[in-house]
Design a protein around this ligand. Structure first.
Ligand SMILES: [Zn+2]
Length: 301
């Protein structure tokens, strides 16, 4: 008896968006609830994806549940479209969503899935920003029990988190959190805004674009709806501040490629072992080079 185990290799091997319609419907219902309760970590039945958890399965499930005809998708990792994680997730979207366009241009995208960055260019009302989240709960550093954390969130009791920030100030003279800065949404729930740098936290505030955060392993989705307050936790006498990229003389470092002095910079080591700084948002850097034909370092003059 011959049994064939050959799998069909055409596009029909996947349903549109990989997830079945019931799964997508559940994710969309969860997103609606998350939008209704800004900052609340809404549980959902996270599905197995054909990639390891920790590679953006939460963000991808949100993206795949929202994609429809006419959408244009951009995927970035650490600000770059050409890093391994971003390239593979983009290929997966192209494979499972025939007819949907992908782009590297922030301004052309209707859905932007990202790990670690929010693009430099201001987003618009017609865009949805989807952030991949490893650890959704900012209280996990001060309370191991999820049941107790839920009560603390419900009562907006963040006193132990504030004590942790205060201890940082006592010990190091400043709050040392560089990523995942705890941020209060709409005056109540404090979220972990995924591993975006402090530099990007002000972009969450009053954003015209809907911001969705998906944690696949932890099975949570939460949202910062458009035009919603997002305030980083801070103290009256120790205000929140972002990375400023100043050199020893106090001058703002420019991007070594495009000369920008208004972007988040990555520190790189060149062939001679010298440090140099470049825009982390590769589309922003390319666009500036293309539009202004800037010579490197021009903005220094
Ligand atoms: Zn640049």
């Amino acid at each position: 008896m011959n049994v064939s185990y050959e799998l069909p290799l055409d596009d029909a091997a996947y349903s549109f968006g990989f997830l079945d319609e019931y799964a997508k419907r559940e994710v969309r219902r969860t997103i609606l609830k998350a939008i209704c309760i800004p900052g609340y970590q809404t549980p959902y039945a996270s599905r197995e994806m054909p990639m390891g958890r920790g590679f953006g399965t939460g963000g991808l499930q949100v993206t795949l549940s929202l994609i429809g005809e006419g959408d244009t998708v951009k995927v970035i990792d650490q600000g770059a479209d050409d890093s391994v994680n971003a390239v593979n997730l983009r290929h997966f979207v192209e494979l499972t969503c025939p007819g949907v366009d992908t782009t590297e241009r922030t301004t052309e995208a209707s859905l932007i899935q990202s790990r670690h960055r929010i693009p430099e260019v201001a987003l618009s009302e017609s865009q949805v920003m989807i952030l991949q989240v490893p650890y959704p709960d900012p209280l996990v550093v001060v309370e191991p029990s999820e049941a107790r954390r839920k009560v603390m969130h419900g009562e907006a009791d963040y006193s132990r988190l504030l004590t942790k920030l205060y201890e940082d100030i006592v010990q190091f003279d400043e709050i040392t959190i560089s990523h995942r800065y705890p941020t209060r949404i709409n005056g109540h729930y404090v979220i972990d805004p995924s591993p975006i740098p402090r530099y990007d936290v002000p972009r969450l505030d009053n954003s015209p674009a809907l911001i969705l955060l998906g944690a696949g392993r932890e099975k949570k989705i939460y949202a910062v709806p458009p035009y919603t307050r997002a305030e980083p936790l801070a103290f009256d006498d120790v205000p929140f501040r972002v990375e400023d990229f100043r050199d020893a003389q106090g001058a703002r470092r420019p991007c070594a490629r495009c000369g920008a002095t208004d972007s988040f910079l990555d520190e790189l080591i060149d062939d001679d072992g010298n440090k140099q700084w470049q825009c982390s948002d590769s589309d922003y850097c390319h666009s500036r080079l293309a539009e202004h034909d800037t010579i490197p370092g021009e903005a220094m003059s």
